[in-house]
Design a protein around this ligand. Structure first.
Ligand code: C2O
Ligand code: CU
Ligand code: CU
Length: 522
């Protein structure tokens, strides 16, 4: 395996990411069978017990493929986490105990909370408990939590650490949207993994995988392969999260039926937006409502993701191969509606919650951030000059899972030419103010994400943003460039600044992350 893999890497650098699956092709075929029921995470209702809930960061084993149980990480379970339900206006206390042999941390991605109760600068050493108090002060949204310990975020997330946090404020009932948890309101966590023949995760940290972000050839939904959901016939709400390290999913139903987007990252759209296809990038959330009242089974499909995979080094044959791959869609999830029973027939609401028009005039300044893969500087590593093979630095010695394929030291990425430095403040903003941030991507599309703030997207690639992306967001896929109006909602300190970064976790780790200080203006 190492020999073949190495020659693929060196022989056709730009193709390697796409061809990686080939190395495990035979196994991947069987891993793709799947077809079990869609796993529905346990619901932890923090609205019921005074707002306290426990999370345990732990190792475990999960049955995902036929070969064997896979070693995984999870929050209070073997993989992923419970869905935690909280209400706006509540104060909750999370008691997070780290039972891993290494340091971790928990970032509340999408919660408006100060930096001193959020992950990046609040590491939880092995064996310790961290109990932040979180005041929930924002409208209904689907948010999530995941590890953020610098240097180990990507591996810990790959091993399975990710959970959903539902913020409720009564508006879903007001709009009469499906809200029966696990029945017609389904959590859908999208990820991709590589499995070895022994059923264990393989984490690709070869230079090419780092350059484009690490992908897998097996798609998981809530930790299962091609699962089947059996909601009652009628309207069904899917809460989509792209929880992959790097992969974008371009989703559509096999019969091309129209669905409606009702919410994006931080809340409702002004009205349901009809679409046939939607692209979701790492860190993003979309809530869609699909009409299954005809009772017919339908597959949710994804197109392959080629972000960053087209390079100048491609031969004509490689280009042809990729073009053909492009047309092949894969089944992500199957929906097999059952009888509607005596459930009342519901229609889509005409209006949701209008986030209003972003007011450009109120922005106090303009900044520009270029997300740079530093391709030229990293070229020697890409050509195989860096540390290759299975040694390399890999995961911390105390915790060896998963098997790391290829590790490379010395690759760097940055923003405005600067690699992440936790001791440096890259921007100072006034708490409560808004600024226009221009985000520029070079070489490939990067999902921009910011902590402690939300934004409205003004333009993407010079064009006005699409209706389903026009709501309040915290993550956006930037291909070429985007203009955002950022609202700084929460305070941070010099010791514990907020961060903004590319949500391709390998890019973040290689330094595509900056810090900002958000304080009341004097
Ligand atoms: Cu979801 Cu800083 O990340
Ligand atoms: Cu975040
Ligand atoms: Cu990136």
């Amino acid at each position: 395996m190492p020999t073949t893999r190495r020659s693929i890497l060196i022989g056709g650098a730009a193709l390697a990411g796409g061809a990686f699956a080939g190395g495990y092709g035979i196994f991947a075929q069987s891993a793709r069978q799947g077809g079990g029921p869609l796993p529905i995470p346990r619901l932890v209702d923090a609205t019921a017990n005074g707002g306290d809930f426990d999370l345990s960061i732990q190792e475990g084993e999960t049955r995902i493929v036929a070969a064997a149980a896979t070693r995984t990480f999870g929050y209070s379970g073997s993989i992923l986490g419970p869905v935690v339900r909280v209400r706006s206006g509540q104060t909750i206390r999370a008691n997070v105990t780290n039972r891993l042999p290494v340091e971790s941390s928990v970032h509340w991605h999408g919660l408006f909370v100060p930096s001193d109760v959020d992950g990046p600068f609040n590491p939880i050493p092995a064996g310790q408990t961290w109990s932040p108090e979180l005041r929930i002060d924002q409208p209904a949204a689907t948010t999530w939590f995941h590890p953020h310990p610098h240097g180990d975020t990507a591996r810990q997330t790959y091993m399975g650490l990710a959970g959903l946090l539902y913020l409720e404020d009564g508006s879903a009932a007001e709009f009469n949207l499906p809200r029966d948890y696990g029945v017609d309101d389904l959590p859908i966590v999208l990820q991709d993994r590589i499995f070895g023949p022994d059923g264990q995760f393989i984490y690709d940290r070869s230079p090419m995988a780092l350059m484009h972000g690490s992908r897998g050839d097996v798609i998981l939904v809530n930790g299962a392969v091609r699962p089947i959901a059996r909601p009652p016939a009628g309207l069904v709400r899917l809460r989509l999260l792209d929880g992959a390290n790097a992969r974008n999913f371009r989703l559509a139903f096999a019969d091309e039926r129209i669905f409606h987007v009702v919410a994006n990252d931080a809340g409702w759209l002004a009205e349901p937006v009809p679409l046939k296809e939607i692209e979701i990038a790492p860190g993003e959330r979309y809530e869609i409502v699909v009409d299954l009242s005809d009772g017919r089974a339908v597959d949710l499909l994804t197109w392959p993701d080629h972000n960053g995979r087209f390079g100048d080094g491609l031969t004509e044959r490689a280009k042809e191969f990729l073009a053909r791959m492009r047309e092949r869609r894969e089944v992500v999830l199957r929906l097999e509606p059952g009888p509607a029973g005596d459930r009342p027939k519901r229609g889509l609401p005409r209006r949701l919650q209008d986030p209003g028009r972003p007011d450009v005039a109120k922005s106090v300044r303009r900044r520009s951030f270029t997300f740079d893969s530093m391709m030229m500087a990293n070229m020697p590593m890409m050509r195989g000059g860096g540390a290759m093979g299975h040694a390399g630095h890999g995961p911390p010695a105390a915790s060896r899972a998963p098997f790391v394929h290829g590790a490379s030291d010395g690759m760097r990425m940055g923003i405005n030419g600067k690699t992440y430095d936790m001791g440096r403040i890259d921007a100072e903003v006034a708490l409560g103010s808004q600024e226009i941030w221009e985000i520029v991507s070079t070489e490939m599309a990067h999902p921009f994400h910011i902590h402690g703030a939300t934004f409205r997207t003004l333009t993407k690639g010079g064009k006005p943003v699409a209706a389903h992306e026009a709501g309040i967001k915290d993550t956006v896929l930037v291909d070429s460039r985007a203009e955002l109006i950022v609202s700084f909602r929460q305070p941070s300190t010099r010791e514990k600044p907020f961060v903004f970064h590319c949500h391709i976790l390998e890019h973040e780790e290689l330094g595509m992350m900056g810090t900002y200080l958000s304080q009341p203006s004097a």
